[in-house]
Design a protein around this ligand. Structure first.
Ligand code: DUC
Ligand code: ZN
Ligand code: ZN
Length: 464
């Protein structure tokens, strides 16, 4: 059988097993795994590892972020950066602007993404309102269109939902077979600490971390899992930053609650000390939850090694540093309160986990593929994606496991003007990214096209 494309000679990371075989691709799908395959085009991948293309199920792209504030990435730059970092699908959130319905917001995001993407894209929703139109009409209609997951916030004035509202939203998720994702931090506790810090003149970026300490996240994690228990739904706790919050998740699971958990590179490799750098520089590391300390990093690593986490995402949420529409927003130097929350990371997520996790012997290649692609597809209902297996989309990334890179703004492709990992050394780098059989990044350089499309999803497996 003649294939459109054969990837030959790689170590191939299939679900649960690594195999030395060729990958035969036709019509954008993986159709054969075997030896000596024939193809119209053959990629000699000797010495490389073939992995399922990364799925980053937690990114923010061109998201409204307040008056005068602009995210550093549009869909072109975010997906270019994602593809160069070995990803083939990203899952951004649709957040309604003031006065916009959820359906209008989704239409606006589709318009921004269409024709501009180097990876495939599949939207989550953010639910900030529980009015009858949102819960009774928009949410069911959008879930039916394949936007089968949404995030709610327990923090941020204007975005947070009360416990009563979260229960209402979870009830819609239960009825419609969708998955609720929760940002778990206790807003009242943060506000109490933030007011106090400002009264004391503690306004530098590091106080962002000090006013969102571990108990703030631990309590909210307990509450979120308890609300899911009461509503009788599964829940995804996103961006878990510390061992105490992870303990709450494990306790809820032991009670029989279906809790899924996500963590991110910042909680493995950064600390609150990064926010304490000289002058205003710490603003580069302001994100929520904040990076903690080395003991919490160890707790998150232990969770990853023991299978306590389902997915590893970037929470890419980029703002330029030297920009009044970014980190240097009006009032940001006067108080950390005004610094936009979020850091870029869609391009560095996979190399950091490969280097720190696989190369350092903490996790296996198959665990890496599960945490960075396969589980994202299974959990969020991307039925054609996430694995090197017959019938799946040919979304594949070839890794040079020996390539050494020093992460630096100079080598990245995002729209931000810095990386929080400047100077971080990694071993292993994605050298070729293939989306549905088409090469979109070769030798670190993106091709000049935009083949990415929006992918509607099935119901999440845990919600069916
Ligand atoms: N939560 C996120 O998930 N991303 C950026 C900011 C935030 O608070
Ligand atoms: Zn969040
Ligand atoms: Zn996020």
């Amino acid at each position: 059988m003649m294939h459109d494309l054969v990837i030959s000679g790689a170590r191939v990371v299939c679900p649960g097993v690594v195999s030395d075989c060729d990958i035969g691709i036709s019509g954008g799908k993986i159709v054969t795994l075997g030896a000596g395959l024939e193809g119209a085009e053959v990629i000699d991948a000797a010495g490389l590892i073939a992995m399922p293309g990364g799925i980053d199920s937690h990114v923010h792209i061109a998201q409204p972020s307040g008056p005068g504030i602009e995210m550093a990435d549009d869909f072109a730059s975010a997906t270019r950066s994602a593809a160069c970092g070995g990803n083939t699908t990203v899952m951004p959130f649709c957040l309604p602007e003031a006065g916009q319905t959820l359906r209008e917001a989704v239409a606006a995001y589709h318009a921004k993404a269409k024709g501009n993407c180097l990876t495939d894209v599949s939207f989550h929703l953010i639910v900030t309102s529980t009015d009858p139109v949102t819960l009774g009409q928009d949410l069911p209609a959008l879930i039916a269109q394949g936007l089968t997951s949404f995030k709610v916030f327990m923090t941020y004035q204007g975005m947070r939902l009360s416990d009563a509202e979260i229960l209402q939203v979870m009830d819609v998720a239960r009825e419609q077979g969708a998955l609720t994702m929760v940002h778990a931090e206790n807003e009242d506790a943060i506000e109490f600490l933030r007011d106090k810090a400002e009264r004391l003149g503690d306004t530098a970026p590091v106080h962002h971390a000090r006013t969102r300490p571990v108990p703030v996240e631990r309590e909210a994690t307990h509450r979120a899992t308890t609300l899911a228990e009461v509503a009788g739904v599964p829940v995804m706790i996103v961006h878990v930053s510390n061992g105490a919050a992870l303990d709450e998740i494990q306790r809820a699971k032991a009670r029989g609650v279906q809790v899924l958990a996500e963590t991110c590179p910042q909680y493995l490799t950064l600390t609150a000390d990064d926010l304490d750098r000289a002058g205003f520089d710490g603003a580069k590391w302001v994100c929520s939850p904040p990076p903690r300390d080395t003991a919490e990093q160890a707790a998150i690593w232990a969770g990853l090694e023991q299978g306590a986490f389902d997915v590893f995402s970037s929470d890419h949420c980029p703002f330029r540093f030297a920009d009044p529409a970014g980190k240097d927003a009006p009032g940001a130097r006067a108080s950390f309160r005004n610094i936009p929350n979020g850091i870029p990371g869609v391009e560095t997520r996979l190399p950091i986990l490969f280097s720190e996790g696989v190369r350092k012997g903490r996790i296996s290649l198959t665990a890496f593929a599960a945490l960075t692609a396969t589980n994202h597809a299974r959990i969020y209902g991307l039925k054609d994606k996430g694995a090197i297996a017959i019938g799946k989309d040919a979304d594949i990334v070839l890794w040079d496991p020996e390539a050494k890179r020093t992460i630096s703004q100079d080598i990245l492709h995002h729209g931000a003007d810095y990386t929080p990992w400047e100077g971080f050394e990694v071993t292993g780098w994605p050298v070729r990214t293939i989306l549905r059989g088409q090469t979109v990044v070769q030798d670190g350089a993106p091709v000049d096209s935009a083949p990415g499309v929006h992918v509607a999803r099935e119901a999440p497996d845990v919600s069916r």
